[in-house]
Ligand binder design. Sequence first.
Ligand code: R5P
Length: 309
Amino acid sequence: MFKLFSGTSNPKLAAGVSRLLHLPLAASEVVRFENSEIRVRVNEDVKNHTCVLIQSTSNPTDTHLMELFFFCDALRRQEAKKVIGIIPYFGYARQDVQHRPGECVSVNVIIKFLESIGFYKVYTVNLHDEATEGVFSIPFKNINAFPVLAKEIQKYLKLVSTDSTAVVSPDHGGVERARKFSDELFGHQNHTISVIEKKRDLEHIHESVALDLYGDVKGKVAILVDDMITSGGTLIHAAQLCLDRGASKVLAAVVHHDFAPGAAQKLQSSAVERFFMTDTIALKEDQKFEKLHEVSIAPLLADELKHLM
Ligand code: R5P
């Protein structure tokens, strides 16, 4: 009475979850027409089944979103009992307030669509701002991928001591996120977080500068924590500032690689020694680079789904 579907945005992750659950992916097809419209068809009997769809709304965001909506519609028309959306990367999550007068609040619009189209419950991974959770009026769960990233960094550093490691947020908005990561890394809450003062120029997309660093990174391994990388600017500038302030090396723990064109090359030649990131978004060939250490969240998703089966 449970079926697992994969959209086209991250089939490798969906296949990983299906393997771990010993549950084959249910049959469906997504046709792309030359005029860019898509058509989704569910090729299974789903009547009275709980259906779970894995689909990241990553770049091309709007196309992947429409596919997610159409899947839900197709499943509901076939009388699925419940449709559950697993959206490992939640596109538009950063547009959660009016940064300037006249702007839309895009994430609220997406949530309205998800609700009105008939999703029963939505899961995502490290949503940009936890406050967005309050916008949902259907059940929602924000899965935390920091335990898996912290574990990989612990292995990489062999032994992590609070004294020799500084967890750094690359902007003020990320302080709570960095704290959450360091709770996982150190296994306790008696630590301080260093913070970078970042200034973003909203008139020029993808441009930001790291103005100052509050905290002590001298002689320490600085671990920059963020939810996503797009242009790479935030982390690249933050890493350089950590080194300028005496950090012995810089690592990065970031959940989503929402890379803009050219980001991979810039990150490879940056001051960061290694980027620990998850597979919420499928990487294209030209987005892979040597310093990137990708950790799969398939086990986290499979654990969640086990409760539903
Ligand atoms: C900002 O609030 C986010 O948490 C990320 O720091 C930001 O979106 C990263 O973007 P970029 O890589 O383009 O600097």
